[in-house]
Design a binder for this molecule. Structure first.
Ligand SMILES: [Zn+2]
Length: 317
């Protein structure tokens, strides 16, 4: 589907089916093509290669990953074997793109005491993640890459992951934002969750930076609430940014309200926050975001860590 001239969205069908959530990749094509994100391991055969066959693209010259999570780098290996494109990702997320074990350990197995990964999680993540693939270009903020007839500027927007980037087409005021800005969280009723950020100060800084840029179109990798579309334009871009900021403040107020009443450990607090803003249960994402809030509050001198009944808890100062 052509979004604007020369920019096409490719949608991974199994994400809609399995999670009730879109997963979008973007092809910028003008003879040679650049792909923004490679989806999951099955995406090349599910949707990328069939899509390319229907175009006049002669060569896939570059694959740029917006960050190193499994549903953005999964197709790298197969695309590398078929087309030998240059694979580019921000320097800080490159180790995850190259090493699936490192990614699993540092992401899905990062809370062994609260959420040890089940066999089901392990096999799902590894099958979506696919094989590791060498990174050819480790990107930095300000790098400029050719794409189609124009170019894309790398805007480092950390917070969701250390090396999350946006790609900015200045001439057409298009921003490819991956998962960098989460709105009020992914818009699916099957797996609702709170917005996912691991570094709150960085996330807010990235939102501020993008709010000052001229952006007419935002092409995201999933649908983020309040929208049920991955492509936003005009005022929708501003709304997504302001809702992303608003929910951070709401979550923080709720965390402070809860720990004012009694000390909490990370697990119980993350469950409460997730239930209040998304749905019951716990996830790595919710643990990560709530921990990011606690780190911020700790450094601001608003909370302290104590031991209660063999558990580390957070108490109001
Ligand atoms: Zn992500």
């Amino acid at each position: 589907m052509a979004m604007v001239e020369g920019v096409f969205q490719i949608r991974e069908p199994t994400f809609d089916k399995n999670y009730g959530l879109g997963l979008g990749m973007y092809l910028i094509a003008d003879g040679e093509a650049t792909l923004v994100d490679s989806g999951i391991a099955a995406s090349p055969s599910n949707c990328i290669l069939p899509y390319l066959r229907g175009t006049d693209v002669s060569r896939l010259s570059t694959v740029i990953n917006t960050h190193g999570h499994e549903d953005h780098v999964g197709g790298n290996w197969e695309l590398k074997v078929k087309f030998d494109p240059k694979v580019a990702i921000h320097r800080l997320d490159a180790p995850w793109a190259e090493d699936p074990d490192l990614f699993f350990k540092e992401f899905f197995a990062q809370y062994p005491q609260y959420l040890p990964p089940t066999e089901e999680v392990r096999s799902t993540v590894y099958s979506e993640r696919g094989k590791g693939c060498r990174v050819d270009a480790k990107l930095e903020d300000g790098d400029v890459l050719n794409a189609g007839s124009g170019n894309l500027r790398v805007v480092h927007t950390p917070g969701h992951s250390p090396g999350s980037i946006c790609l900015y087409d200045q001439d057409r005021r298009i921003l490819f934002s991956g998962d960098a800005f989460q709105g009020r969280g992914i818009n699916t009723t099957a797996y609702p969750d709170i917005p996912m950020y691991i570094d709150l100060q960085a996330y807010m800084g990235s939102l501020k930076r993008i709010s000052q840029m001229a952006v007419d179109y935002m092409f995201m990798a999933h649908e983020f609430k309040p929208f049920k579309s991955m492509v936003l334009s005009g005022d929708e871009v501003r709304i997504l940014i302001s809702e992303s900021i608003k929910i951070v403040k709401e979550v923080e107020a709720e965390i402070l309200r809860l720990i004012e009443a009694k000390p909490f450990d990370l697990l119980d607090l993350a469950k409460k926050i997730r239930e209040r803003f998304a749905g019951p249960g716990i996830s790595t994402q919710a643990l990560g975001s709530v921990e990011a809030h606690l780190k911020k509050l700790y450094f601001e001198g608003k909370v302290e860590l104590i031991e209660r009944g063999g558990k580390k808890k957070v108490r109001m100062l």
